[in-house]
Design a binder for this molecule. Structure first.
Ligand code: GLC
Ligand code: CA
Length: 539
């Protein structure tokens, strides 16, 4: 039986970091009109939706992840009117718009915080997490993810407030019902404007331990930064968060066809935690990210398939998976794959994997070109994380460099000097060059996305593993009713001998010259880094 499939289950979603996408008004910073100008490009590639990193008003201490007015667009990016125009222009092309919802914290410049900080008895006094000193010091041992203590002293109140990230990002008190209501009203504001959904920032951080107990230390932290040497059992992942997920879902269900996807942050893969935020698949978030592949360091078929298999096992039957190779917080996938001269081939194998496994693929802007991490000199650092931890951690600027559009000045991104330097090699790696080359990585993505969109088996079909990756290649089939597709991916630099077990096949797509004739049951050779997608012919 067919059921109603939803756009976000069938869709391929593009993530745009708006500062770096396209600058329409020549100030060196990407903007909303710039996204509108590039909608044809996005449509041509076949994307069904774009998630745009935050564009609300912000003093930009964390580049928009510190919002000072949830209902307005920051003038740097444009106006509310331009944003409504973006929604309209995108919808005309059947492209949905997903906003970034950052509600664990606001900016310290948000009027709510200014009011809250003004005295101990103002109407919003309890909208943030305020505490008296304990023994003349911070109320507990919590640390901030971006360095230092998580508590900042406020002279007017003679109290500390909590900030899990920068001190310019005070955490909301989600236990306060009025605060909750105010945030829900701001969410409704955008849903009423026709926004198709939200990506929810650090959504597992919302509630904190009622008693604000000390976090225990751990020697098994994922990194040497002090924050990672605490076990964060009291300042994130509180079970009560899930009640808010249910409320958010109820709100979204009052509208048609909206989608909520959660960033469930953990510094190490934690698919089980991510899965808990989709509940039974119907009562909480529509989707949650699993970052297992992003965190994998080793290039091997199993580094891809093992996490995905685990992710499928952990999700309840009604839930829908999604997958990512890159985002604005982690080194770009192209730079992680390694392989020297074979690096581009690896990027193709990974793209084919992302676009053929079961679940919604998210593609980070520039990934379609195979953009690398940029090289950022210390003097060019913008990201507060980089500024704090350089050179131990280069920060997140390298994965946020400007999109490479053409051979023109500044890669066609802007006529002014871009806010971050262009990647080396942009003269030969850009949209214009790759559009003109039928064999480019860009056209590879485009063809794959279009093949996916024509195939119900690839979009919604069941998934069956046929070769488990132990030999460094993968084979899996995707089946929907009578349509069956076999995906073969060689992650290795050596040829693999495989057996085709069905009677007849027809080649749909491949990285190498593919047989024009029907293929038959029997032995087959999969060349180094070959991607081959076959349709299985039923007799
Ligand atoms: C999320 C965002 C990251 C941001 C942080 C604080 O992890 O993806 O970019 O800095 O939350 O809002
Ligand atoms: Ca601009």
């Amino acid at each position: 039986m067919d059921r109603d499939w939803l756009w976000w289950q069938h869709g391929v979603i593009y993530q745009i970091y708006p500062r770096s996408f396209y600058d329409s008004n020549q100030d060196g910073i990407g903007d909303i009109q710039g996204i509108i100008d590039k909608l044809d490009y996005i449509q041509d590639l076949g994307f069904d939706a774009i998630w745009i990193s935050p564009i609300n008003s912000s003093p930009m201490h964390d580049f928009g992840y510190d919002i000072s007015d949830y209902r307005s667009i920051d003038p740097l990016f444009g106006t509310n009117k331009e944003f409504y125009d973006l929604v309209k222009q995108a919808h005309k092309r059947k492209i949905r718009i997903i906003m970034d919802l950052v509600v664990n914290h606001s900016s310290h410049q948000h009027p709510w915080f200014l009011e809250s900080a003004s005295s101990r008895d103002n109407p919003k006094a309890d909208w943030y997490i305020w505490q008296d000193p304990r023994n003349g010091r911070e109320p507990n041992n919590w640390l901030a993810a971006f360095g230092g203590k998580a508590w900042q002293w406020n002279a007017a109140r003679q109290q500390y407030y909590l900030h899990t990230h920068l001190m310019e990002q005070p955490d909301f008190n989600w236990r306060n019902p009025e605060l909750r209501k105010a945030i829900f009203n701001d969410i409704k504001f955008w849903l009423d404007k026709g926004v198709d959904g939200f990506r929810l920032d650090v959504i597992n951080f919302l509630l904190k331990d009622r008693e604000l107990r000390n976090n225990p230390f751990t020697f098994r932290g994922p990194s040497p930064r002090p924050y990672d040497l605490q076990a964060h059992i009291y300042d994130r992942n509180q079970p009560e968060n899930l009640e808010i997920m249910t409320e958010l879902r109820r709100l979204s269900d009052q509208y048609r066809d909206r989608m909520l996807v959660g960033e469930v942050y953990a510094p190490r893969p934690d698919p089980q935690l991510s899965a808990s935020y989709v509940g039974d698949g119907r009562n909480m978030l529509h989707m949650a990210f699993d970052f297992s592949i992003i965190y994998q360091k080793k290039w091997h078929a199993r580094s891809f398939i093992n996490p995905v298999q685990r992710w499928y096992e952990l999700l309840p039957p009604q839930a829908w998976p999604c997958h990512v190779l890159s985002n604005h917080d982690q080194p770009r996938s192209r730079s992680r794959f390694g392989g020297g001269k074979e690096n581009e081939k690896r990027a193709r194998v990974a793209a084919a994997f992302l676009l053929t496994i079961r679940g919604t693929p998210f593609i980070y802007y520039g990934e379609e070109l195979g953009m690398y991490n940029g090289k950022i000199a210390r003097s060019q650092l913008q990201d507060p994380v980089g500024k704090k931890y350089w050179p131990l951690h280069p920060g997140r600027d390298p994965e946020r460099t400007p999109m490479l559009w053409s051979n023109q000045k500044n890669a066609g991104f802007s006529s002014q000097e871009p806010w971050l330097p262009l990647n080396e090699g942009w003269q030969s790696q850009n949209v214009e060059v790759q559009q003109a080359d039928p064999d480019s990585l860009l056209n590879f993505h485009k063809r794959l996305i279009h093949i996916r969109k024509k195939s119900k088996a690839l979009m919604q079909g069941d998934w069956k593993l046929e070769a488990d990756g132990s030999q460094n290649y993968l084979a899996y089939s995707r089946t929907w009713q009578k349509e069956s597709v076999l995906v073969l991916l060689n992650f290795d630099s050596k040829t693999k001998r495989i057996q085709l077990t069905h009677k007849r096949y027809r080649a749909l797509f491949g990285t190498h010259v593919i047989p024009a004739q029907e293929m038959r049951q029997g032995p087959w050779q999969l060349r180094p880094y070959e991607v081959l997608i076959l349709s299985i012919k039923s007799d």
